[in-house]
Design a protein around this ligand. Structure first.
Ligand SMILES: Nc1ncnc2c1ncn2[C@@H]1O[C@H](COP(=O)(O)OP(=O)(O)O)[C@@H](O)[C@H]1O
Ligand SMILES: [Mg+2]
Length: 391
């Protein structure tokens, strides 16, 4: 649906130029979202898929393990959307204190993303509301180390920014002037907390998340990290509303695969008021992604069962090999030193058991180093990486 104006323009100064900055009207859209026909059934399908993901996650033998892997996969993909060159194994190596051969800032950025999400989730668990203060706290973590550290971590911007283009004058989009950011964000926060009490009809959380993400990108409240934080906001909203017990739905792969369309639709909301086209795209993404996550969870469970049975079949040496396999299940990238500690076996026993897994084709040595070698559970990482190039 086309709407007339979806915001107003204010004159602002950026890079010495006078520009027209866009100030969005507060949510929800006026007139309200058109939820007839196919859109309503897309909403139902996406909601069902989300429910299925939530229930399967509760039935997993080890839900924390899935969450651990999924959060990291999301961090990689979300950071890759704007070009960060870092893979899942880079991140896992980095977390092991082994420096991967990628630019340091890139892997730090991905690691920061994990920290931001973990911080957000921990605060929600404490009962802290999903509010602007929490978004700013998460931004501190997102920008903590690496190239973001000079981008005013945790603070709304005090200067004019722009998106696309080499200078404000030829920018694709100029977000609100700095002195309007606070008010726009307060209105968005109000929408997040009160969207449900308007007119009696609760706004389904998926629609709330869809609207809030665009609004956040349009406000672009921070100097950097707006894409990543806006994507985290989706996961946080779904979790906080109770739609997902674990924060397990991440749309970054979908956004990355359809990046041009993703940006185009963000733009169209503002330019034409076409919230519906965005919502259709978003719901399709939720359905696909939730379905994909269920498949991934199932395949991981199958893999672990299959490999456990194989290792059990080797007879006498299976006890320590099973312990090592179990550690790899928790940390698909692991050094022998770490392995011994977490599997509760000596370094030589751990090394020997790991070599058994290598012989069986389950594990592979990654670094080619002679000391403190790092091993990877290939099939596990491959399943996590499917569809993306997160490897
Ligand atoms: N035309 C647009 N309008 C609004 N937001 C956009 C547009 N194009 C891209 N974006 C969003 O801006 C993000 C980039 O902003 P940035 O602050 O650099 O975030 P990050 O550093 O996390 O990538 C993109 O990931 C996307 O979410
Ligand atoms: Mg950026």
């Amino acid at each position: 649906m086309r709407r007339k104006a979806t915001g107003r323009y204010a004159t602002s100064i950026a890079g010495g130029e006078s520009v027209r900055a866009f100030v969005p009207f507060a949510l929800p859209p006026v007139p309200p979202l058109d939820l007839s026909g196919a859109r309503q059934s897309a909403l139902e399908k996406a909601t069902l898929a989300l429910g299925r993901l939530d229930s399967i996650a509760l039935l997993l033998p080890d839900p924390q393990l899935f969450l651990y892997a999924y959060v990291r996969r999301e961090a990689v993909l979300s950071s890759q959307i704007e070009g960060t060159q870092s893979s899942l194994s880079d991140l896992l190596l980095f977390e092991l204190d082994e420096l991967p051969g990628v630019p340091f800032d890139d892997v730090v950025e991905v690691s920061n993303y994990v920290a931001a999400l973990e911080h957000g989730m921990a605060r929600l668990r404490e009962g802290f509301p999903l509010c602007n203060r929490l978004l700013r706290e998460m931004h501190v973590h997102l920008m903590a180390r690496g190239r973001g550290s000079d981008k005013a971590p945790g603070e709304f911007r005090r200067s004019q920014n722009w998106i696309g283009g080499t200078r404000p004058g030829n920018a694709r989009f100029v977000p609100p002037p700095p002195n309007e950011v606070e008010a726009c964000m307060t209105a968005m926060e109000h929408f997040i907390h009160h969207a449900d009490d308007q007119g009696g009809d609760a706004l389904p959380v998926l629609l709330k998340a869809a609207l809030a993400h665009v609004q956040f990108e349009t406000i672009h409240p921070f100097l950097d990290g707006n894409g990543r934080l806006g994507r985290l906001l989706i996961a946080m909203l779904l979790h906080d509303s109770g739609a997902l017990t674990q924060p397990l739905l991440y749309l970054s792969l979908y956004f990355k695969q359809h990046r041009a369309l993703y940006y185009e639709l963000l733009h169209r909301v503002r330019a034409e008021g076409d919230w519906e086209a965005w919502v259709d795209f978003f719901l399709e993404g939720v359905e696909q992604t939730a379905f994909g996550a269920v498949q991934t969870a199932r395949r991981l469970v199958d893999l672990f069962q299959h490999d456990t049975a194989r290792v059990q079949g080797i007879g006498r040496s299976s006890t320590s090999a099973l312990r090592v396999l179990d550690t790899l299940r928790q940390r698909p990238l692991c050094s022998v030193r770490q392995l011994g500690a977490s599997a509760g076996i000596s370094f030589p026993t751990a090394s020997k058991a790991m070599l058994t897994l290598v012989d069986m084709g389950i594990a592979r040595e990654l670094t080619g180093q002679r000391r403190n070698r790092v091993f990877v559970y290939d099939a596990y990482l491959n399943i996590l990486n499917e569809g993306g190039e997160a490897l």
